[in-house]
Design a protein around this ligand. Structure first.
Ligand SMILES: [Fe+2]
Length: 452
């Protein structure tokens, strides 16, 4: 979804106001899954406790909009600083980019919510202030800074949810939104041949109302012919891999991946667990017998996905191959979405918080690409084996956030494309790139295999 640049100034202000209010309502809904006494819980050691994120969302917004662009005086500069940046350490070494020191004691939930509400009020006032100002900063133009704040909030909503998925069910309050699960048997996957051709990665700066620095500039690449699974790998198929003994066989793993698996003592994907002789699956609010969710895509780390692909005698797709499979078709025409030009809707895929879990693979045939490759957008991010690197012409253009991407061009982060059930529709654009380390197993990320 993009900002309607042709609307009148008044309606643009109104629209931004509505978008902020609905983003905040969604964040509040997500935090409401946690009882107040769980706010200091830290389910993933590589992330802060939840209380940090209650403060981080407003602090980031304040710092970017009211601080960097408008130069307003803060009513709580201590919190602006404390909550300004989170952590994302190297999971193999524990090394981390710069971030504010972790306090001996975090502020209380009451203090943090008070700060949040204060910031929200000022952000609403800032919409008009920015649109009235003769903006010379590129971030002030066309509502870009607000689009950034909205996308930042949306990305954290998803990371919060995968953190919450790690918590035992008894530590969570069930969503007030009714839970609906689908378990019908899985569809058969087949290999779809994609002929050699061009793929456009990234975007021209002028082509997007807002894009993150790593999306620029546009890069055209030649992609040799390949064949790709029409559907992502399911829990059922991954279970066959585990049962074959290959998960415990170093021959199928890269040396560094095997080392991580052994150190972590991992014997199955993170959502799975074994009790007695039975295998189970932990979803956000319920536990299922693994066999019940055989048809759901398996959520795995890149290391686990690589091992599966090798066992199959195949490999994972590259970022460019994802683009060829998703946004092109036999006629060579490029589209904005795998299914064409229609804005993302419920029938196109399992994204935008339409459910609290994956759905069986192949459930959204209307979202297939024109080659017949299913659910490239939604139901889980798509792992690629492409290192997260800058496109030619990259420059950190966001003055208030110059190190957004740069710290992660380190050879240890890899590109994910598409989106999951917890990905906002606003992030579903061809040039959007997500990135994670190969040994970070918590993401709602699925994969499929390719062959040359
Ligand atoms: Fe953040």
């Amino acid at each position: 979804m993009t900002l309607p640049l042709r609307r009148s100034a008044h309606s643009k202000v109104e629209l931004l106001r509505e978008k902020l209010l609905s983003a905040w309502a969604r964040s509040d809904e997500i935090f409401a899954i946690l009882p107040a006494h769980e706010m200091l819980t830290q389910p993933i050691v590589w992330r802060h406790p939840f209380i940090f994120y209650v403060g981080h969302l407003p602090a980031f917004s304040w710092n970017q909009v009211c601080g960097a662009l408008l130069g307003w005086e803060s009513c709580n500069s201590e919190f602006d600083e404390l909550f300004c940046r989170g952590i994302d350490p190297d999971v193999d070494t524990g090394e981390c980019h710069w971030h504010p020191d972790v306090p001996e004691e975090w502020p209380t939930l009451f203090q943090t919510i008070d700060y949040r509400d204060n910031v929200r009020e000022q952000l609403l006032a800032a919409i008009e202030a920015i649109s009235d100002s003769a903006a010379s900063d590129v971030m002030a133009q066309n509502g870009r800074v607000f689009q950034m704040v909205l996308e930042h909030e949306a990305m954290h909503q998803e990371t919060l949810l995968y953190m919450m998925q790690q918590l035992p069910l008894v530590k969570k309050l069930r969503s007030r939104i009714p839970l609906r699960y689908f378990f019908r048997p899985m569809h058969g996957s087949e290999m779809v041949r994609i002929p050699a051709g061009k793929a456009r990665l990234g975007a021209r700066f002028e082509a997007l109302d807002f894009g993150w620095d790593n999306e620029f500039n546009q890069t055209i690449v030649d992609v040799p012919a390949f064949a790709i699974d029409s559907l992502p790998v399911t829990n059922g198929q991954y279970f066959e891999f585990v049962c074959s003994g290959a998960y415990e066989d170093a021959r199928y793993w890269r040396a560094e991946d095997w080392r991580w698996k052994q150190l972590e003592n991992k014997h199955a994907p993170t959502c799975w667990f074994k009790q007695g002789e039975g295998w189970f699956y932990r979803a956000m609010f319920d536990v299922f017998a693994l066999s019940q969710v055989y048809g759901w895509p398996v959520y795995a780390s890149l290391a686990e996905a690589r091992a599966f692909a090798k066992w199959r005698g195949q490999r994972l797709p590259s970022e460019a191959e994802f683009h060829r499979a998703a946004f092109y078709g036999p006629d060579g025409v490029e589209t904005s979405y795998p299914w064409g030009e229609e804005s993302p809707e419920y029938h196109n895929g399992n994204f935008d918080f339409n459910s609290w879990s994956p759905v069986p693979v192949g459930s959204k045939p209307e979202g297939a690409s024109r080659w017949g490759v299913f659910e490239l957008f939604g139901n889980g991010w798509e792992l690629t084996d492409s290192e997260f690197t800058p496109f030619a012409g990259f420059k950190p253009y966001i003055a208030g956030y110059p190190d957004y991407s740069q710290d992660f061009f380190d050879g240890k982060h890899f590109v994910l494309k598409g989106g999951s059930w917890a990905t906002s529709a606003d992030l579903l654009r061809p040039s959007f790139r997500n990135w994670y380390q190969a040994h970070y197993p918590y993401v709602f990320a699925k994969f499929r295999c390719v062959a040359n």
